[in-house]
Write a protein that binds this ligand. Sequence first.
Ligand SMILES: [Fe+2]
Ligand SMILES: [Fe+2]
Length: 353
Amino acid sequence: MYPAASKPPVNETTSSALEDAVLSPRFYTTDFEALEEVDVSAVREEWDALLDEFEGDPNKHHFRRSDEFDQDWSHIPDKDQFVDFLVSSLTAEFSGCILYSEIRKRVDNPDISRLFGYMSRDEGRHAGFINGALRDLDVGVDLSFLSKTKNYTFFQPKFIYYATYLSEKIGYARYVTIYRSIEKDPDNLRVHPIFDWFEDWCKDEFRHGEAFAALMRSDPKLTSGRNKLWIRFFLLAVFATMYVRDHLRKEFYEHLGLDATEYGFEVFRKTQAISRQCFPVSLDLDHPTFKRLLDKMVANTEKLVELKKKGGLLAKIRRGGLMASNAWTFVRLYLLPVKKHDLPADFRMEPVY
Ligand SMILES: [Fe+2]
Ligand SMILES: [Fe+2]
């Protein structure tokens, strides 16, 4: 950490990537000693096949810029929201890169070290590619500064598995849903060349998710008993965060041919169709109260954003009230009934969308 007095000046985009607001992607650290003890022998066959896929590195040559990037893209509609979309994607990718690389360096368990080495390679590529697009717009993020100064949240390995598994699978569902929308009418919806990369890119995220599925399936305790309550919590936290954040840039999604609400629910459905491979519970997306409460959180957060611009004591008090309302709404969402199911015998899946 830099002491406040010696903080080097950074651009606005780096500052926004540094923000630890509730909705921003976070940086994580974990118990590396516990990871030494991981034993994947229960899923050895699937594990070895998966690591061979990683070693084959199917996207090795994918993340190379085309000349088209060098054109002037500053006219892109709702550019602020596009930049915000890129910065939060970059922070999530880079957060994975840092965590996976630390695990590779600090854990000797050969299965774990090998897997996390491959995944950190992929996330580093993804982050670098997004940062290139940001630099074209003169708003590149200083990644080495970010890694030194952002706050790190400690999570036990099982919480890393739940959170990161979901963020990989939801990342896959998001990228593929955007790609499929643009594909329908590229002349009007392809507002930037980066979206051409999303189809193969999302397959990396899918494979990363498969690795966490294998880790969870290697130890049945992780997805049974009281841990089911944690899985519910993480499903809801990841979904609600995404839904609220995407509604704050809904105009940008419209340019991609997507309605933020329909897009959100489509991504949830895809994610949960996949997460049945290792999670024995799913949220009931069709429960009449589910969408209403998510929309309540969106409305509260929109007001919070407005009040943050205003400042002053009254705005501060009102913000406190809205944050309490969001917390209570989250509790109500958590208490809604969920769907329970058995885990399939064969958990490995292919990217199907
Ligand atoms: Fe990634
Ligand atoms: Fe990933």
